[in-house]
Ligand binder design. Structure first.
Ligand SMILES: [Zn+2]
Length: 443
């Protein structure tokens, strides 16, 4: 629906900046918020062609920005299916279906760090030009790794592309790949700073790059006005990525004092993405997760909370990411969940957590200060919902409360999606659990 203006009348506004909610009307013109407060209605009176939304008793707030979401992964149940079973065009088509689930969950912006076939570059372009519907999107291409790989051990080839990864070796290859990705449309360069060595798995994720290589990636990307984000777990890798000049860190868990100091000094935005850990540790048993993995992830959550809290209190931007794209965090269900984790584990107030999921998220979109807030002059990406998330952010998970979603100043279709059948050859089938004689004949 493309009206000249949209007036959202008389709602309770949460501005996304952490201010207390206030009663106001909001006017949208030409894709932007043009007025908030008494001026909105006065100005709106001069428009013949406008849509009016009565928001009395409802909340008006910026749409959520999910700063860590993999739209190409289609709620993968295993790495194998992502690495060996997906097709390029079909996964992009499926992603455009899934993008609509995000809209219906109140997500109006997202950062997609890496994708199979780097095809989320194409989805972003299709959304931006109005070919398909979807949230405002920024994206990376293939995640850069060394031959150590990321978190999938020996499934990852020693050279070249596996799934959403690209292994690079040596300065020339690093420079060439960074430049190639930027040429083809990456908004961000994504680096898997840490990886798991199967034989050294007890050490956790280890830094897989030299300091020189990390700095070279940043230098090459920055020369082309492109920021760099890193997947980092552990104090050592987080410190080295920070010192190398990374612009955003995903996870940044298990920091120590020295790392915290460096992160605070540079105010590197962090996307802890603890939703995955919280879901696995809290609900893993319901979906048959391995108890050892559940315990490991619960530890990561508990052990990382104090340093992340300190970082936030010292002025480091914390952004909300869901890691949706995996079966533990399916699209449309958990995009609000990081706010809940920030409130329950990091001690943020609901309004602070909402700020992390809205105005702070603008950093992920490279639209700092221009989206994620209800303020005159900002892009009109917002939602209207029944309930007061300033008291309880969990309400944002109840998508039946969402009455309207507006992206780029346009009202979005929230009608139920057509149901979808399983795609042939898309998932890895398992034969079943181990049929020992005890299982077969025991009680
Ligand atoms: Zn991720």
């Amino acid at each position: 629906m493309n009206a000249v203006a949209i007036l959202i009348d008389n709602g309770t506004v949460i501005d996304g900046l952490g201010n207390p909610p206030f009663l106001a009307s909001v006017l949208i013109e030409q894709g932007r918020i043009s007025a908030v407060g008494p001026e909105a209605a006065t100005r709106a009176a001069s428009f013949d062609d406008k849509v009016s939304i009565d928001a009395s008793g409802l909340t008006v707030m910026p749409g959520l920005i999910d700063a860590h979401c993999h739209l190409a992964f289609d709620d993968a149940e295993s790495n194998s299916e992502l690495f060996f079973q997906r097709r390029n065009a079909l996964s992009a088509l499926v992603a455009s279906y899934n993008a609509k689930k995000l809209i219906r969950a109140g997500v109006t912006g997202m950062l997609d760090p890496d994708s199979t076939f780097e095809n989320m570059i194409d989805l972003r372009d299709a959304i931006e030009t109005g070919v398909v519907e979807g949230p405002r999107m920024a994206c990376g291409a293939y995640a850069l790794i060394t031959s150590i790989g990321g978190t999938a051990g020996r499934l990852i080839a020693d050279r070249g592309v596996t799934g959403y990864y690209m292994a690079v070796s040596g300065d020339d290859e690093i420079r060439a790949e960074v430049r190639r990705q930027i040429k083809h449309g990456a908004d961000w360069i994504k680096v898997h700073v840490t990886g798991v060595v199967p034989r050294l798995a007890h050490r956790g994720e280890m830094c897989a790059w030299t300091d020189h290589e990390l700095a070279l990636i940043c230098e090459t990307a920055h020369e082309l006005d492109t920021p760099v984000m890193g997947h980092c777990r552990g104090a050592d890798a987080t410190l080295r990525a920070t010192n190398a000049g990374f612009d955003l860190l995903l996870h940044a868990t298990l920091m120590d004092e020295k790392t915290l100091e460096a992160v605070v000094a540079r105010k590197v935005p962090l996307v802890p993405t603890l939703t995955f850990q919280a879901n696995l540790s809290e609900f893993g048993a319901k979906v048959g997760s391995n108890p050892a993995l559940m315990e490991l992830f619960e530890r990561e959550l508990i052990d990382s909370a104090p340093m992340l809290t300190e970082a936030y209190r010292a002025g480091v931007p914390l952004l909300c990411g869901s890691e949706s794209g995996f079966s533990m965090v399916p699209y449309g269900h958990w995009h609000y969940r990081e706010m809940e984790v920030f409130v329950n584990h990091l001690g943020l107030t609901p309004l602070e957590a909402i700020r992390c999921a809205t105005s702070e998220g603008s950093l992920a979109l490279r639209l700092d200060g221009k989206v994620g807030r209800i303020e005159a002059g900002c892009e009109a990406d917002l939602m209207v919902l029944d309930g007061n998330p300033a008291q309880d952010v969990s309400l944002l998970g109840e998508i039946e409360r969402i009455r309207h979603v507006i992206i780029r100043g346009e009202l979005q279709d929230l009608s139920p999606l057509p149901s979808r059948q399983p795609l042939p050859g898309w998932r890895v089938g398992t034969i079943g659990n181990q049929l020992t004689r005890d299982v077969a004949f025991g009680d």
